[in-house]
Design a binder for this molecule. Sequence first.
Ligand SMILES: Cc1cc2nc3c(=O)[nH]c(=O)nc-3n(C[C@H](O)[C@H](O)[C@H](O)COP(=O)(O)OP(=O)(O)OC[C@H]3O[C@@H](n4cnc5c(N)ncnc54)[C@H](O)[C@@H]3O)c2cc1C
Length: 369
Amino acid sequence: MSDAGDGARKPAIKKPKRSLEPRFVGYRGVWVFVEHERGHVHPVSWELIGKGRELADKLQVELAGVVLGGNGAAVRALCDEAVFHGADLCYLMQDEVLLDYRNQPYTKGMASLVDTFQPEVLMLGATTQGRDLAGSVATTLLTGLTADCTGLDIDTSDRTLLSVRPTFGGSLMCTIVNVSTRPQMTTVRPRVMPMPARDAARSGRVIEHPLGLSEAEVVTKVVDFIPDARADKPQLAFADFVVAGGRGLAKPENFELLFDLARELGAEVGASRPAVHANWVETDRQVGQSGKTVRPKLYIAAGISGAVQHRVGMEGADVIVAINNDEKAPIMDFSNYALIGNAAELLPALTEAFRSRIAAARAKKGGAA
Ligand SMILES: Cc1cc2nc3c(=O)[nH]c(=O)nc-3n(C[C@H](O)[C@H](O)[C@H](O)COP(=O)(O)OP(=O)(O)OC[C@H]3O[C@@H](n4cnc5c(N)ncnc54)[C@H](O)[C@@H]3O)c2cc1C
């Protein structure tokens, strides 16, 4: 186990020297499940393609996207997208039975692909769908799965995947190694890995494979498709700017000061767990180990101490600004800038400063046009 608090850091573990077991020699390649809803991809899939590229290069093997879905052109086009984001090839399984996600046919499809082509690493997003599918695929294939990882690396000596994740309530980071089965499966939280650049000049192969399951054999039926109505709910995980508040804001009314600042910046509002538990804001806004992982360009933390369970959810931000009246608060150890003082006074001042700066910049731009 390594020190707490830095999921992305290269895992520092001591382990016995091993070499690749002969029965695993036939397993080659890194795969990423491309999760989508009728052709709309979950961004974690591209984040994993980015990480998968790095792992595949270390293993000196190919990186593949895996697309399962209905017969539409939008699904086939996802293979191109997987390649544009860094994959060398894409496995494609198209069948009307796979139009909407259902555990049974997707498990059958993925297990059949793995049995046929034998990858050594299979990665999925730690989303509702990814978690559901990963668990049933792992039990079907009788292989190991490390869930909810925050860091991945390869031990090139024996080609094992080093899966890093928080443990003991987030107070330690552990590195989990699957030494006895293949493929090595893992799910990774959205926004933990950086998004790779998209290069539309890249080209790669598409390998098609049949599902071999009829609708009559599937025990669950889709009676209707209702698009996610949560579009108006906080989209914290994908926000470029997040302003978050904690217990130091003292009362729910002070969260209004955060919402004022968020409106000025076009930011989402996040919160620490105590603020959510006190019902100052909705659960959807919680950042941290038991909440969302965010990776914004700017994270402003007001009245948040920086406990490790909060830190793991926001330390991937490009710039962290702490507003705290305690200059020795743990968040000072990993923030880029700090405003020391009472958040209830500093937040309105910050909002006003941004308002006048942004207005001046807009006026200048308008004048120049
Ligand atoms: C299993 C487990 C999972 C958890 N998951 C999460 C999670 O997902 N997210 C999460 O956030 N926590 C989580 N926690 C809780 C975590 O351990 C901390 O308790 C929590 O993050 C602390 O929240 P806080 O910083 O708002 O409060 P505190 O730790 O109480 O910090 C308040 C901060 O506000 C400052 N302050 C006080 N008054 C002012 C003021 N007037 N102006 C400015 N600053 C002020 C204080 O100096 C202090 O630094 C989890 C805990 C466990 C055990």
